[in-house]
Design a protein around this ligand. Structure first.
Ligand code: ZN
Ligand code: ZN
Length: 243
């Protein structure tokens, strides 16, 4: 009852809009359905794109992604995404960071759950974790969009959610002052596993909203494996394909 009233109030003040193009949707639209039929059909889904032979990350050309070429001993098994990080997806994710509407996370999570179920049919995950945000990157209320998404994916897949098990240390040097190679190295020892016992022997689903270079995913997976995780699977709502 309370929930229904809240939905009606929300719809009154924040009418349902397509999270990708902003088109108004019928007021009965559920959160996880907040996209118009045209976007649902025409989004740049990763299903149909070229993928790295080794880790399944979407790539632009060639056989392997940049991370797999440079680091054949990568710490995660697969890197999956729902969409390519471009055009309306890019703009939608920027709004998700800024405006914290749960409808964004709900739509991404629905598509991600479909990808995970398809790509990892016979796998059981023990734990779903978000990529941690640096304090400097979160807003005043401590909103971390990766955590918002991870919680929804965990719920959708029926996997226990392990919120604060990863932490990002504060930066000593601004990333923008570093070269790409330095930035990669700098990221690698920046992740902390807060309670290693909780992840030992576990198969982990690591979740972020967007994966650009893949350096943060790599660092988190590395920290988890070093702390004793059995396997790490990375998923992002969107992945850049250029690397
Ligand atoms: Zn749309
Ligand atoms: Zn790869």
């Amino acid at each position: 009852m309370v929930k229904r009233l809240r939905t009606r109030l929300e719809n009154l003040f924040f009418p349902s809009k397509c999270i990708f193009c902003g088109k108004l949707l019928p007021s009965s639209t559920k959160r996880e359905e907040s996209l118009c039929p045209e976007c649902e059909k025409k989004l740049p889904y990763c299903v149909d794109t070229l993928k790295c032979k080794s880790c399944h990350r979407p790539i632009h050309e060639g056989v392997y992604c940049d991370a797999c070429r440079k680091h054949p001993q990568r710490p995660y098994t697969r890197l999956m995404a729902a969409y390519l990080y471009r055009d309306r997806v890019k703009r939608s994710i920027a709004r998700f960071k800024r405006e914290r509407y749960r409808s964004y996370g709900a739509v991404y999570a629905r598509h991600l759950c479909a990808v995970i179920s398809y790509e990892c049919k016979d796998l059981t995950f023990d734990l779903a974790l978000p990529v941690p945000a640096r304090k400097a990157r979160m807003n005043k209320e401590g909103y971390n969009q990766a955590a918002c998404l991870a919680r929804m994916v965990a719920k959708g897949m029926g996997i226990p959610y392990g919120g604060e098990l990863l932490r990002q240390k504060e930066e000593r040097q601004k990333q923008s002052e570093l070269t790409a190679a330095q930035r990669w190295l700098n990221t690698q020892d920046n992740i902390l596993v807060t309670r290693p016992k909780k992840i030992q022997g576990k198969t982990i689903l690591l979740i972020d909203d967007v994966c650009t270079t893949g350096a943060t995913m790599f660092a988190c997976a590395l920290a988890l494996r070093r702390a004793g995780a059995k396997a790490v699977y990375c998923v992002a709502a969107a992945a850049a394909e250029k690397e």
